[in-house]
Design a protein around this ligand. Structure first.
Ligand SMILES: NC(=O)c1ccc[n+]([C@@H]2O[C@H](COP(=O)([O-])OP(=O)(O)OC[C@H]3O[C@@H](n4cnc5c(N)ncnc54)[C@H](OP(=O)(O)O)[C@@H]3O)[C@@H](O)[C@H]2O)c1
Length: 325
């Protein structure tokens, strides 16, 4: 089969389409003929050599895909050859075929095309496992999403609104904020022209928000703590603003704050299967009902993976970028 190989750590041109061995499935896995895969920020970090795949995972990038089941392992009963599915991957999506544990596979929600469904698994599983399963964001609470127009952000806004939450977002342009507003965001903050801490305080009568989904890490750490309400939860899923910082522990005491962090890819297969199961039970119905839309900004042929990475690193996109083998 053909796959995108990271020929050496570096800039996008190190991504090369090459002929490689087909993946072999284990007894509890299925083989998916990939119809589409979607980019995630983590792919760009893997390409730079700073995010190696977990042990046993495919060396090729790609954390999610959609397609058709081509073969099933002997312990797999739920899926059969010919089923259209999407799947959460530990790697290997940038390829014509990928092997994945059967428990990490989801049906295509009705009303969504097989191709578009590639954009769902990683964002949905990340947001569910962090914001809802761990940080217990609940109806009536307030929620700040940094990077509201990102793949993660565009989904987080919509699912939080479905669950009766007031949503605040940050983004770096008025165009991006307009899209966030259309998706349901209640308070839209341009982080380039406004102080998000001051705006959050102003909009919450000085209290702060209950949960923050953060992709900036060190750069926003103290300001995030300053933006939380009593019993607030800061959930960090990205370190785009660095990993090392100094902060005032006193701010945790005064407001009884919790700091949490989640990496989806490194979780055990069993743990990922629990998240996938939760997504199918509690998120898929909202997708089927048309309450959560997918935002696909652009699609590229798999052979143009380097171009797709350049687009993601330019941050011009809103929502997801697809690759089509
Ligand atoms: N832990 C996990 O399991 C997990 C899983 C998936 C994703 N993630 C993380 O989630 C984040 C989003 O991922 P993605 O794939 O959706 O990437 P993406 O679409 O490229 O989004 C990156 C976002 O970061 C925003 N951003 C950059 N600087 C910012 C700042 N100073 N303040 C606020 N926002 C800022 C960008 O918005 P502007 O253009 O408006 O600046 C952009 O929307 C990444 O950090 C990624 O690593 C983590």
């Amino acid at each position: 089969m053909k796959a995108i190989v990271i020929t050496t750590p570096g800039s996008p041109e190190v991504l090369q389409l090459q002929e490689v061995e087909d993946p072999q499935i284990k007894d509890d896995e299925v083989l998916i003929k990939v119809e589409a895969t979607a980019l995630n920020r983590a792919d760009t970090i893997q390409r730079q050599g700073k995010y190696p795949p977990p042990r046993g995972a495919s060396p090729y990038p790609g954390l999610e895909c959609s397609g058709t089941i081509e073969a099933t392992g002997k312990f797999v009963s739920r899926w059969k050859v010919g089923d259209h599915v999407c799947a959460l991957l530990s790697g290997g999506g940038y390829a014509e075929k990928v092997a994945v544990p059967a428990g990490h596979v989801l049906p295509i929600p009705s009303g969504i095309s097989v191709k578009e469904a590639a954009a769902f698994p990683e964002v949905v599983c990340t947001v569910c496992s962090s914001v809802f399963m761990t940080s217990r964001l609940s109806a009536g609470e307030t929620f700040l999403v940094h990077g509201g127009s990102s793949g993660i952000g565009t989904f987080a806004i919509q699912i939080a609104k479905v669950r009766g939450v007031k949503v605040f977002v940050t983004a770096g342009s008025e165009d991006k904020l307009a899209v966030c507003k259309e998706l349901g965001a209640d308070v839209c903050i341009n982080y380039k022209t406004e102080d998000f801490v001051a705006r959050v305080k102003e909009e919450t009568g000085g209290k702060g928000v209950d949960v923050i989904l953060d992709c900036m890490g060190a750069a926003y750490f103290q300001r995030n703590l300053d933006s939380l309400n009593f019993d607030g939860r800061l959930h960090i899923i990205g370190l785009m603003g660095g990993a090392v910082t100094e902060f005032n522990l006193g701010s945790l005491f005064a407001k009884r704050l919790t700091v949490q962090a989640t990496g989806l890819r490194m979780r055990s297969p069993e743990n990922k299967a629990e998240i996938v199961n939760e997504v199918e039970k509690n998120v898929w119905p909202a997708v089927v009902a048309g309450k959560v839309k997918l935002l696909v900004y652009k699609q590229f042929p798999l052979s143009e993976a380097a171009e797709a990475h350049r687009l993601m690193e330019s941050s011009q996109h809103i929502g997801k970028i697809l690759l089509i083998p």
